[in-house]
Design a protein around this ligand. Structure first.
Ligand code: NI
Length: 163
């Protein structure tokens, strides 16, 4: 197992198209283990492949004692909207209030290749939606107002300079 580096915005890998996963082999098992370890070290509740430079349709989520390995996830249906404060390991130190679906229906494959489907609501629906957005190159910064986006871009550039 290994802790992988987190790719931070504006790393272009966060925008790259992601590939479907078709082999449920040892290499995938290692990737999943590394993702868990990396997410725990960085104290996150979700981590998507692109965030560690892996352009594949995979994400892990751990929330309220439940763990999910989402492979090739698809949101089949969404309902309602609520405003929640979200953070992201690719935007360290940034927390923004954004709109997120209230309820979603998702299907995905687990790490063995088995098919799962579930209706999810509450904060977990936000987490699922956030991680699946990553697989489509959609980021937290895309979900705020244009003015806020401009402000955040400046803030991030300043943070990068200071490091
Ligand atoms: Ni994120």
């Amino acid at each position: 197992m290994a802790v992988r580096n987190i790719c931070v915005y504006p790393d272009p890998v966060l925008r790259e198209p992601t590939e479907e996963i078709t082999s449920f082999d040892d290499e995938l098992a290692v990737l999943v283990e590394d993702m868990w370890e990396t997410m725990h070290v960085y104290d996150g509740i979700g981590l998507a492949g692109p965030q560690i430079g892996v352009s594949k349709r995979i994400a892990v989520i751990e929330y309220n004692g439940e763990k999910f390995v989402l492979i090739n996830p698809v949101i089949e249906d969404k309902e309602g909207s609520k405003t929640v404060e979200e953070g992201c390991l690719s935007f360290p130190g940034i927390y923004e209030k954004v709109d997120s679906p209230d309820k979603i229906k998702v299907r995905w494959q687990n790490e063995k290749g088995g098919h799962e489907e579930r209706e999810i609501d509450g904060f977990l629906a936000c987490v699922f939606s956030h991680e699946i957005d990553h697989l489509n190159g959609r980021l937290l910064i895309d979900r705020v107002s244009p003015l806020k986006r401009q402000f955040l871009k400046k803030k991030i550039a300043k943070q990068a300079k200071e490091q």
